[in-house]
Design a protein around this ligand. Sequence first.
Ligand SMILES: Cc1cc2nc3c(=O)[nH]c(=O)nc-3n(C[C@H](O)[C@H](O)[C@H](O)COP(=O)(O)O)c2cc1C
Length: 366
Amino acid sequence: MSNQTEERKLNHIKVCLEEDVQTRRKTTGFEDVFFVHQALPEIKRDRIDLSTSIFNHKLTAPLIVGAMTGGAAKTTKINAAIAQAVEELGLGMGVGSQRAAIDNRKLEHTFTVTREKAPTALLVANIGAPQLARGYGVKEAKRAVDMMEADALAIHLNPLQEAVQPEGETDYTGVLKKIGEIAQAIDVPVIVKETGAGIAAEEAKMLEDAGVAGIDVAGAGGTSWAAVEYHRAKRVGDESRQSLGENFWDWGIPTVVSLIEVIQSVHLTVIASGGVRSGLDVAKALALGADLASTSLPVLRPATKSQEEVKKTLQFTIDELRNVMFLVGAESIQKLRDVPIVVVGKTAEWLRARGFHPELYAKRKA
Ligand SMILES: Cc1cc2nc3c(=O)[nH]c(=O)nc-3n(C[C@H](O)[C@H](O)[C@H](O)COP(=O)(O)O)c2cc1C
């Protein structure tokens, strides 16, 4: 990888640590989702079983840390801290784009450190769609997986980020076909993920037809890549890039809208992410039908400190999830999926305008 790309990666992390990089006017839609409080839960909070399985891998709770980093020497420490924490908690993690290490073996350790620190945790490898358009294929996908003995491969879609960054790779032709070829050829499940702008039902169906195993919606309402690029442009005094970032700051499909569109359109494993900020958000995502939730930005700062800090952050979210499950009388993740949930406001309006049915979740299932 060129020094310039390495510099950019570190720059992204610095901006995410120092600036406000989350959407401003647009929200995830979790604030439009309500549980029906159960005054007679008839269960013991301490007996609640949070464990779940994804792609035949058992997790102690339905939460992973979403793809963030690797590829620059200084990021090894961040990946190591996250890996050690998820190993000890029995969770999972994704790594950031492995392009750097595919192009330059010297950087492999920034990713392989995750398997060293997490011999049994669910690990998700990562490559990007723009690289598929520029020649990456089955060979590179296999290398990404083998490099860290990953349990699954995520292929990320980031057209918004590419469109607003000066070095952006804005050729997305032939990406779907390549995704299909990779999904057929490699022997771990392929997850297609967005990076903060969401996935609509139409794309979800195309991806299902292409043979992918899972979709990670990564909707709008959390980290905004337009915001990250706005701050980068501001720091170097590039006014036109700055206003581009500003104008697209809130672009995207809110996480809850994307989640419901995808769940009501395909029969795939679905991961909820993009602005997942609490155990309550995780619980809502699962009650809406997600198989797993994933969170990225809230883990970044703790990961620069220590694995203990990462553990604390994740444990707090899990404890909160347990609390919600107590308050709705759900003693397992399966039961949480059946509790009634009400979707109102602009989220419900958006979904109806697109022909989806937010009211389907409001009744208690038998
Ligand atoms: C510092 C940082 C780096 C990221 N790098 C990647 C990446 O390389 N590949 C990827 O698929 N997603 C990447 N993402 C996107 C996240 O995986 C996630 O989809 C997005 O941040 C939304 O989740 P959040 O609101 O919980 O942060 C990155 C996010 C952050 C904050």
